[in-house]
Design a protein around this ligand. Sequence first.
Ligand code: GLC
Length: 531
Amino acid sequence: MDVNAWWQTGVIYQVYPRSFQDTDGDGVGDLDGIRRRLHHLVDLGVQAIWISPIFPSPMRDFGYDVSDYCDIDPLFGRLANFDALLADAHAAGLKVILDFVPNHTSDRHPWFADSRSSPNSPKRDWYIWRDGKPGGAPPNNWESEFGGSAWTFDQVAGQYYYHAYLKEQPDLNWRNPQVQDAMCDVLRFWFDRGVDGFRVDAIHHLVEDEDERDNPANPDWRPGMPPADRWLQTRTVDQPGVHECIKLMRHVADRYGNKVMIGEAYLPIDQLMAYYGADLSGFHLPFNFHLISTDWQPRAIASLIETYEAALPQGGWPNWVLGNHDRARVASRIGPAQARVAAMLLLTLRGTPTIYQGEEIGMQDVPIPPSLVQDPFERNVPGLGLGRDPVRTPMPWTSERHAGFTEGQPWLPLNADADVLNVARQIDDPRSMLSLYRALIRLRGNEAALSVGAFRLVHVDDHVLAYERRIADQRLLIALNMTDRVQVLRPPRPACEALLSTYLDHPDPLRDDIHLRADEGLILRTLPDVA
Ligand code: GLC
């Protein structure tokens, strides 16, 4: 493997296209909008954009219900707009990663129409059709991620079909080689057009237990938790056959060279590691979401990093994520002051960082009044705070009307403080979150210790996390104060230069002890070993 592939040294940025930039006034972002804002991404310093689904879709799950894998939804543009975006991105030095949704199609996909039309359809077995139990109940207790049975009875077909998510998202049957071939053709279609990789959706759901046994009850489930968590998903998630399917996808990518395959799997670390595949024949980057779910506390984070680093397979490249379009925003989870510390953590850990659009300006979750709810998860299971609209609101670009996102009515409300919390304001503010992200990404690009150096934990207590990144005789110390009080740290070796503070000012003169201000993260150069 190339030691310094672009997806190892660079930073990935997730674009949620509905909410990035609208250009045609319909209140929903589009491909020309992404194109128009590419300079923001270039200024930020990221290497690649991953764009959430842009394919034709009835939008029941906002693009994660695909009705044609090889075209663009008119809401976002046409194939010509995509080609123009790809060309401009490449010309600007940016790679483009698309979202591949292999687990399920839309119920409006022609494959599903064909499949349900008759038991003799050549595509019948492309989906998972079963008879109910005697008496008519669903075949087993499998529950949809979005609430309710994962089996829906179809009158036309006269059978139940399985859907891990909405009933409008029937699961494909990946045990069928024709499905495998058809979906690999989809990857080829986009690779041939020039895309640089895929983020592969919901991969842990791809295959189900062959004997279709019930999931066992989860003894820890309490009301208020997601309905699917009532069961331990031992029969519906992370089943052995999945790795052969991932290998097929990876094989397609490898034929093109210099591509990246990223897998979305919410799994414990030991299970996640299998997604690198035997001899690294799986994903280049199985997404590591554990910073999202781990307590924001130095010892917990240190233990996460060490556990993850220790579990990586030989040659497996790490990666880190603070948020995405499905989870509460980091600035809401830990507060705006600590979000700056989190940015430093994300961009100084060993492994590829992924930034979710809006994190770079410190966006927080936006409360959505019930009448404006869009997300089917919130509609199906209201009131539990599971809805994802609050993290999907439009990017505030300027202090103008609708924050420069659209000239129409935005599909979700802007953040209430968009007149002050927006990109334009932060560009001009040398201490802003945006300035911090830019400084961190620039430093990461200039210091090989940060992008490809080794990691070593040097200190952890209840307040401070400190670690070293090192390559050859270059050593950087990262010290993160995870409290709102001053902390003092005695570094293992003297610091000789302060490179960056999350305060973006000139840090205190160096002393033997490092003084960390409230909520401060510091990157310091330390002395090389004396030979
Ligand atoms: C993934 C997506 C999420 C979607 C689900 C079903 O988890 O990130 O947004 O709802 O898959 O496709």
